[in-house]
Design a protein around this ligand. Structure first.
Ligand SMILES: Cc1cc2nc3c(=O)[nH]c(=O)nc-3n(C[C@H](O)[C@H](O)[C@H](O)COP(=O)(O)O)c2cc1C
Length: 172
């Protein structure tokens, strides 16, 4: 798939077919996440790939109503920052590094025919704590976002992207 078609055609998918995401497809998606740039190449991310339905339901509850679609997804990827690996003079770059990994993964998923929606976790600290407790993660791992994924129940592509807003750009 052409890169720009993938970027322009992506949309959030919140309804999924009852079909698992194959392990080799999941591996490709994770590989795309880990292919992103990171500050000083710290690679300060950690991924928890969840297919257990009961765990997905509990993760959805821990993230509140906006994450309810995760209850019906065959796969959720919790992306965490790894503070032990983050750039010591400016650790907050972990947030950017994880965001890039997330975007790489939603685009890779789209390319592979898998739908996804990004579910915000950090900086809502009650969600961060709830996810960390639920998955028994050590304190240096900071839950950043959950990507709910699966083969889409409807259309994978949006009909026509209309996102360009010239008034959001200063041309100098
Ligand atoms: C940081 C972030 C957090 C988000 N959190 C949620 C969420 O909790 N629940 C949800 O349904 N969608 C969530 N979204 C998806 C947005 O609602 C969606 O990207 C936006 O409405 C634009 O739609 P599109 O992705 O189809 O272009 C989130 C997206 C981002 C980038």
């Amino acid at each position: 798939m052409q890169t720009l078609d993938c970027i322009m055609g992506r949309q959030s998918i919140r309804r999924f077919r009852d079909r698992p995401v194959e392990r080799e497809v999941l591996d490709r998606i994770l590989e795309a996440g880990m292919a992103g740039p990171s500050c000083i190449n710290a690679r300060d991310w950690y991924f928890v790939a969840v297919t257990d339905h009961e765990v997905l339901v509990r993760m959805a509850d821990a993230n509140g109503v906006p994450a309810r679609c995760l209850k019906h997804a065959p796969l959720g990827i919790l992306v965490c920052g790894d503070l032990e690996r983050a750039f010591p003079p400016a650790r907050d770059y972990w947030v950017i590094d994880c965001s890039i990994a997330c975007q790489n993964m939603v685009l890779a998923a789209r390319d592979l025919g898998v739908g996804s929606v990004w579910l915000g976790t950090w900086p809502q600290m009650e969600r961060v704590k709830a996810q960390r407790d639920l998955l028994h993660l050590p304190s240096h791992l900071v839950p950043h976002s959950i990507l709910a994924m699966g083969y889409p129940a409807g259309d994978l592509d949006r009909e026509r992207p209309q996102d360009f807003e010239e008034d959001k750009v200063l041309f100098v």
